[in-house]
Design a protein around this ligand. Structure first.
Ligand code: PNS
Length: 173
């Protein structure tokens, strides 16, 4: 779908690792709004990340390089500070479950109270609503199949980290 919009939006996340649900949200946002800044950030609730921040940026870049209007950068601090620094029109978040909505609604209101930035939610694809970075990390750690949930560069990176094949024939998808 060709975009009719010329807005720029910020898509913040920890992307540890970037997965197919993230890719769907970035794709939707680029189609709907025109330009997307994927902000790779630190989540204070996840103090010990699996993949180094710089590597998460490189991975997200490789996974989105086929998309027009998308750039990926690391940002320190708050999402609202990244939004101000990049001059975006609003923040975009993907929603998988009602639980996501509760968390994101509080975050959106808090962020709006700090700088006035608005947040727009995009529903993730129904067939990808189960995908989460946390479970991907856990499955990859034990050599389970993840290649239906993440782009190919992430399969390779996680196999390198855990020294085991991830994405092989370990059972049904
Ligand atoms: O992919 P995640 O882990 O759900 O992303 C969460 C993230 C990184 C978007 C969130 O933790 C965040 O915005 N971190 C930056 C710090 C910040 O702005 N905190 C205030 C939130 S109201």
């Amino acid at each position: 779908m060709a975009t009719t919009s010329s807005l720029t939006v910020l898509y913040p996340g920890s992307f540890d690792p970037f997965h197919n649900g993230h890719l769907d949200v970035v794709t939707q946002a680029a189609e709907l709004f025109g330009s997307v800044v994927v902000a790779v950030m630190h989540n204070p609730d996840k103090p010990s990340g699996l993949i180094a921040l710089a590597d998460r940026v490189q991975l997200a870049r490789r996974c989105t390089e086929h998309l027009v209007g998308v750039r990926v950068e690391a940002f320190p601090g708050l999402a609202v500070q990244a939004a101000s620094a990049t001059g975006v029109d609003f923040i975009v978040k993907g929603l998988r479950t009602p639980g996501d909505f509760e968390v994101e609604q509080q975050m959106a209101h808090t962020n709006h109270s700090v700088t006035g930035i608005r947040t727009v939610y995009l529903p993730c694809r129904a067939d990808q609503a189960f995908i989460s970075s946390r479970f991907i990390r856990e499955i990859a750690q034990y050599g389970g199949k993840i290649d239906h949930m993440v782009p190919a560069p992430v399969v390779t990176t996680l196999a390198g980290i855990f020294g085991k094949p991830s994405g092989g024939n370990q059972g049904p998808a």
